[in-house]
Structures are given as C-alpha cells and as structure tokens.
Design a protein around this ligand. Structure first.
Ligand code: CA
Ligand code: CA
Length: 285
C-alpha cells in the first residue's frame, strides 16, 4: 500500500515536472533564428546577412475560404541591437492605394509584422505587441499594444513611428519590404513571439490575409508562435578570404620588389660596366 502511494506520488511529481518543462508562454516553437555580423542596409533588398538567420513561409491562409493567390516569404536575422526582417511578396493585383493616408491602411495591399519581444503572450498597453505595417506604396503605420490607448501612428499625419524603420519597393512580381526593429537585450536564448501577415486586397473590397501562423491575427499575442535567438554568426568565410587575398597580395608585392631589386642590381652593374667601357674607349682615343 505504502509502495503504491509512493509510486502514485512519484507519478504525480513526474507529470508536474513534464508540464513545467514543456509549457510555453505562447504557441508553437518555430526554431532558432541566427544573428549576423555582416553589414545590414535598410533598402528593401536582401542582404547576405539574412542567410545567417531563418526563412519563414508567409503563405498560410488565414482568411476562411481564401484561395491563396498571393505568396509571402520572410527572412529574419538579428544584430546586437536590432531585429531585421526582409519580405518578398508576389501579388499580381497591387491596384489599390490608400485614398486617405490618415485612415488605417490595412485596407490596402500591406505587410503587418507583429512582434511580442518578451514572448509573454500578453497585450501590454502602449508597449506590446508591436504592430508594424508597410504597404506597397511605402506608407508606414503602426501601434503598440492592442488594448491600450495607443492609436495608429502615421508619418503622413505627423505621427511619430519611433520604434522601427521600414522600406518597400515594387517589383515585377509584387513588392519587397525590409524592417529594422531596434530591441534591447538581444542575445542567444531570447524568445520572440511573432506573427507576420500580408493583407492581399483585390478590387478594393476583398481581403485575403495570408501569414506565418494559421491561428493568430495581428494583435492576438497570446496566439503567436515564437522563435529563439541563436548565436551571432561570425563572417569567417569572408574574413578568411580577405586575409588569404591580403597574404597573396603581400607575397606578390614582395616577390615583385625582390625582382625589381634584382633587375636594379643588374642594370646598375651593366651601367657600371658600360661606363667603364666608355672610360676605356675614351682612354683608347
Ligand atoms: Ca537590405
Ligand atoms: Ca492584391
């Protein structure tokens, strides 16, 4: 009886430990995002540093009955002081532009990057989650914390969007965009809750939202998935190549200098001999 009771207690303890180990503040773990030590530039072009990070499919259909005409792909990496995100959108109908820039611009073809930088899965007024939108016409709008008093912030009406920068550029397929989002405390092991959405509007009225997450929409931080920051990768290949090139160049320069020196000696010697010859000749005359 005692043994049975002990066994039961052990099983209960084991179950509690298991729950504690696997509980996570938000949804699915989407793996590691490596950092980069390469130079990153905010220009809506994909830097080599993104290959040190991770790639996410942003074409999971979130709208009921969506047909998935557009596609979205995201690359994410980080430097010591910012998260960088690059997006490629394929959308054949970039027809609608926001007529009034003072109105929320989700009713246009636009990307929405949502981050919960402490991954607590909570809506904190005026803080988290961060909602950062850019459309194909390079118009930025944003807000912090769905349940707070924060409003959409738009550069066009003098609003200050001071917690990120973004750029977009149209392409033959649709448009590309890039985000630089300064975040403090970025280091290996930090978890970031995220949800990336694309609002695909057709004919000015029908929206089809696609994203990285089937469950979450924009402000629902409690339903975000998360990634974990990995090591900041050192650009060893590039550094080694540069060092090897420098060594080769130095060796070549040294060999050239030695060769030049040899020639100089020979030239000097010939000149000395020739001069001596002239002197000899002169003497003969
Ligand atoms: Ca770039
Ligand atoms: Ca569209």
């Amino acid at each position: 009886m005692k043994k049975t009771l002990t066994l039961a207690l052990c099983l209960i303890l084991a179950a509690l430990c298991t729950i504690g180990t696997f509980a996570s503040p938000t949804g699915k773990d989407r793996g590691t995002v490596g950092g980069t030590s390469q130079t990153m530039t905010l220009d809506a072009k994909k830097d080599a540093g993104y290959d040190d990070g991770a790639k996410f499919d942003g074409s999971i259909i979130q709208e009921k009955g969506g047909k998935g005409k557009s596609t979205a792909t995201y690359w994410v990496t980080y430097t010591k002081d910012a998260i960088w995100i690059y997006a490629e959108i394929a959308d054949s109908t970039l027809a609608k532009k926001n007529n009034d820039e003072k109105k929320p611009s989700y009713e246009v073809d636009s990307i929405e990057i949502m981050l919960d930088t402490d991954n607590k899965g909570e809506n904190t007024p005026d803080k988290l989650p961060l909602q950062m939108r850019i459309d194909s016409y390079n118009l930025v709008s944003a807000r912090k914390g769905q349940k707070g008093t924060s409003l959409y912030l738009r550069k066009s009406e003098g609003g200050t969007v001071d917690f990120f920068e973004a750029q977009s550029v149209k392409t033959a397929a649709g448009f590309n965009a890039e985000y630089k989002i300064p975040v403090s405390g970025l280091a290996k092991g930090k978890q970031i809750g995220f949800n990336f959405c694309y609002n695909d509007w057709d004919n000015g009225s029908n929206r089809e939202t696609i994203g990285t997450n089937q469950l979450a929409t924009s402000w629902q931080a409690e339903r975000y998935e998360f990634f974990t920051l990995g090591d900041i990768k050192v650009a060893t290949t590039a550094a080694a190549t540069t060092k090897a090139a420098a060594t080769t160049a130095a060796k070549a320069a040294a060999a050239s200098a030695a060769k030049t020196a040899d020639v100089s000696v020979v030239v000097a010697a010939v000149a000395t001999i020739a001069l001596a010859g002239v002197v000899v000749c002169k003497k003969k005359h």
